[in-house]
Design a protein around this ligand. Structure first.
Ligand SMILES: [Mg+2]
Length: 248
């Protein structure tokens, strides 16, 4: 498994389409999509992030919380606000907030890798989490053989600015690197706003419902920009025919 899109100068090392047969490319979100981060991992990140913001900005816990929420709402990631307004090193912040033992907290569905194998096409993880953390989760869950690579927050830079999901600019960049038409790309996600952006560009969209995801519960009904709604990867493998994929 490779870490992709590391640096624009190096060129994006995404596996290219063979060009002969149309092939589906699956973009999988990581947290609350491929594993249940709400089981304990999010709490671990949250407490470390709170401490990191307070210490790196030298503010009390209450101010740190206010700033975290503000930047998360405005930029989609606390790290971007800290970098832009306080010159905090994104790498240092992400490292501090994700530096813990993942294994005891990891929760994945039974038979996950067998279910992923049933989905035809190439698979890439597209996550707003840092690449080091994503790679550790993927390896611990034994998913590395199922994925061609990881595109993480560290690589989501456009013209010097971080552009995480749901940035349309990021998604256009991913499509350009994949060199496949948007209709051959499926985004699988628990976060609805990311699916909405993918649909705007013509991708197929699969909503994995996770009760722990913010705002997921109020949208239990089918949204127009969601092609398929499932509760697990197993259910996705069972219902993949509904997506009418090119290689199915
Ligand atoms: Mg997620």
């Amino acid at each position: 498994m490779r870490v992709l899109g590391r640096c624009h100068n190096e060129g994006l090392r995404l596996p290219k389409s063979s060009g002969r047969t149309p092939e589906t490319v699956w973009l999988f979100d990581l947290d609350n999509t491929l594993h249940n981060a709400s089981h304990g991992i999010f709490a671990a990140i949250d407490s470390r992030m709170a401490l990191a913001v307070a210490e790196m900005l030298d503010v009390d816990a209450q101010i740190a919380d206010t700033l975290r929420l503000k930047y998360w709402q405005r930029y989609g990631a606390t790290m971007i606000g800290l970098h832009r307004h306080h010159n905090v090193s994104p790498h240092a912040f992400l490292h501090r907030s994700h530096d813990f033992d993942i294994a005891p907290l990891l929760s994945v569905e039974t038979g996950l890798n067998q279910q992923l194998k049933r989905l035809p096409g190439r698979k890439i993880v597209l996550t707003n989490a840092p690449s080091d953390y994503a790679s550790r989760v993927i390896r611990l869950a034994g998913m590395h053989r199922n994925f061609d690579g990881v595109w993480a927050i560290d690589h989501m830079r456009l013209q010097g600015h971080y552009r995480p999901k749901p940035s349309l600019g990021l998604m256009r960049q991913v499509l350009a690197a994949l060199q496949v038409p948007a209709r051959q790309v499926v985004l699988v996600e628990d976060t609805l706003r990311n699916l909405k952006a993918a649909k705007q560009l013509g991708m197929r969209t699969v909503h994995i419902f996770n009760a722990g995801t913010p705002y997921s519960a109020i949208h239990r009904g089918r949204n127009l920009y969601v092609d398929l709604r499932v509760d697990s990867i197993q259910e996705l493998a069972q219902q993949v025919g509904q997506l009418s994929l090119v290689d199915n």
